[in-house]
Design a protein around this ligand. Structure first.
Ligand code: AMP
Length: 415
C-alpha cells in the first residue's frame, strides 16, 4: 500500500471541521484588525530563504526541501511565509511608497525535520505581517492580534515570552560580549553550539541541550546592550501591552531561530503541548526588504502553527460540538419519485438549506435510518398518497411531528 510521505498527514473530513473552526476564527479576528489576505506560491527560488533566514540556520542548512526543476532552476518548498511575502511585496510594489500594508496568510509549509508530536514535514501556519511602520505601536498591534486569536480559540492560558534584539548597532556590541563570554566556556558547549559560536553566536542561547543551557548561565543579556533608540522602542512595547492587560514574561534568551529579526521578538507557549511547546512567534524585521533587494521597509509579523493549536484546543476540550451534515433529508418512497425528490432538494438548496438526497437507492425504511444518522433536523417524505394530492410530508426528526406541505409551497418553506 502506498503511504503518505513521512511527516505528512491527511486531514480527513472529521478533522476538517476542526481546521475550519480554527481558520475561521483567524479570518474573523484578522478582519477585525483590518488585515487583508495575501497568497504566494508554495515554491520559491531557493535564494529567497537562504538570503533572508540566514545560511547558518537549521532551516536553511538542514531542513529546506531544495530541488532543481526540469529547467535547472533551484527551487525550494517554502519553509515559512515571511521571506516569501517580502519577495512578493517588493515584486508587486506593496508598501513601496511607505504606505501601511496589513496582510494575513495561511497555508502549508515544509521543513525536513524529525517528525514527532507537533512536528511535521508538511505543517500549516497562519500569520500576519504589518509593513511600513517602524513604531512600537505596530509591534503591539501584531502581538495583540496574535493574543486575540489565541483567546478566541478558547486558549486562555498561555505564556507570552518577549525580548528585544535591538537595532544592528546594539546587536553588534552585544554579539561581541556574548562571544567573549561563550569562548571562555567553549569546552562546556555541545559540538553544535561550538559551531554556532563561529557562525551565528546568538543562536547558542536558543539551544535546548541541557549542557548548553548550563554553559549560558550568567551570559550577558541583550537588554543590557540596547542603545537609547532600541530601549525606548522596547519600553513602549512593554508599556502598551501592560495597559492592554496582556501578560508577558521578558526572556533575555529568546532570540528565535532566524537571522532577520531586530528589536521585538516574541513567542507564545502552552503547557498543553509536550516538548514542542511553542505554538506561535514572530518579531520585527526592519532589514529584510533590503536583504531581498528592496527598499528599506520596517515590518513586524507573527506566525502560528495550526497543528499545534489543534492539539491544544483538543486537550482543553474546546472544539465546538459535533458537525451536522444537513438541515433536511429528502426521502422517497419509490424510485419513481426521485425526480420530484431532487427537484424539492434543488428548491430547498436555493433557499439556503443544506439537503441530502438518497443516491444509494435504499429502501424507504433505511432512508429514514440514514436521515436519523445524518443529524438532519427535518425530513421531507415523498410518498405516493400525498403526492397524488400535490403534497409531501415534512417531518420534525426530533419530535416526530409531521405536517403536509403543498409542492407549490416548497420554495417558500420556512423551518
Ligand atoms: P517558526 O516559523 O519556526 O517560528 O514557527 C512558527 C510556528 O509554526 C511554531 O510556533 C509552530 O507552532 C509551528 N511550526 C514550526 N515548525 C513546525 C513543524 N515542523 N511542524 C509543526 N508545526 C511547526
Amino acid at each position: 500500500m502506498i503511504q503518505a510521505p513521512r511527516g505528512t498527514k491527511d486531514i480527513l473530513p472529521a478533522q476538517a471541521s476542526q481546521w475550519q473552526f480554527v481558520e475561521g476564527i483567524f479570518r474573523e479576528i484578522t478582519a477585525r484588525f483590518g488585515y487583508r489576505e495575501i497568497r504566494t506560491p508554495v515554491f520559491e527560488s531557493a535564494e529567497v530563504f537562504s538570503r533572508s533566514i540566514g545560511e547558518a540556520t537549521d532551516i536553511v542548512n538542514k531542513e529546506m526541501y531544495v530541488f532543481d526543476d526540469r529547467g535547472g532552476n533551484k527551487l525550494t518548498l517554502r519553509p515559512e511565509q515571511t521571506a516569501a511575502l517580502v519577495r512578493a511585496a517588493i515584486q508587486n510594489g506593496l508598501a513601496a511608497r511607505g504606505e501601511i500594508e496589513r496582510l494575513w496568510y495561511a497555508g502549508p509549509y515544509f521543513r525536513y525535520e524529525r517528525p514527532q508530536k507537533g512536528r511535521y514535514r508538511q505543517f500549516h501556519q497562519f500569520g500576519a505581517e504589518c509593513l511600513s511602520s517602524p513604531h512600537p505601536e505596530s509591534d503591539t498591534e501584531i502581538i495583540l492580534l496574535a493574543a486575540a486569536v489565541t483567546k478566541a480559540l478558547g486558549i486562555d492560558e498561555f505564556r507570552l515570552n518577549l525580548n528585544s534584539l535591538g537595532n544592528k548597532e546594539s546587536r553588534g556590541s552585544y554579539r561581541e560580549a556574548l562571544v567573549n563570554f561563550l569562548y571562555a566556556a567553549k569546552e562546556k558547549l555541545t559540538e553544535e553550539s561550538q559551531q554556532r559560536l563561529v557562525e551565528n553566536p546568538l543562536r547558542v542561547l536558543d539551544s535546548k541541550a541541557p549542557q548548553d543551557i548550563e554553559a549560558c548561565v550568567g551570559a550577558p543579556a541583550i537588554l543590557d546592550y540596547l542603545d537609547t533608540e532600541s530601549k525606548e522602542h522596547f519600553d513602549t512595547v512593554c508599556s502598551i501591552l501592560s495597559e492592554c492587560g496582556i501578560e508577558y514574561v521578558i526572556n533575555p534568551n529568546l532570540v528565535r531561530g532566524l537571522d532577520y529579526y531586530s528589536h521585538t521578538v516574541f513567542e507564545f507557549q502552552s503547557t498543553a503541548l509536550g516538548s514542542q511547546d511553542a505554538f506561535g512567534g514572530g518579531g520585527r524585521y526592519n532589514d529584510l526588504f533590503q536583504e531581498l533587494g528592496g527598499k528599506a521597509t520596517p515590518a513586524v509579523g507573527f506566525a502560528m502553527g495550526i497543528e499545534r493549536l489543534l492539539l491544544i484546543i483538543e486537550s482543553l476540550g474546546k472544539f465546538p460540538a459535533g458537525e451536522k451534515r444537513a438541515d433536511i433529508s429528502v426521502i422517497v418512497q419509490d424510485i419513481r419519485f426521485s425526480g420530484t425528490g431532487n427537484d424539492i432538494a434543488r428548491q430547498l438548496r436555493e433557499k439556503g438549506y443544506s439537503v441530502l438526497t438518497d443516491i444509494s437507492r435504499r429502501s424507504f425504511k433505511s432512508q429514514f435510518r440514514e436521515a436519523d444518522k445524518s443529524g438532519a433536523a427535518y425530513s421531507v417524505v415523498v410518498a405516493e398518497t400525498e403526492l397524488g394530492q400535490g403534497k409531501v410530508l415534512l417531518k420534525n426528526m426530533q419530535s416526530g411531528e409531521q405536517r403536509e406541505v403543498l409542492l407549490s409551497e416548497i420554495k417558500e418553506l420556512a423551518l
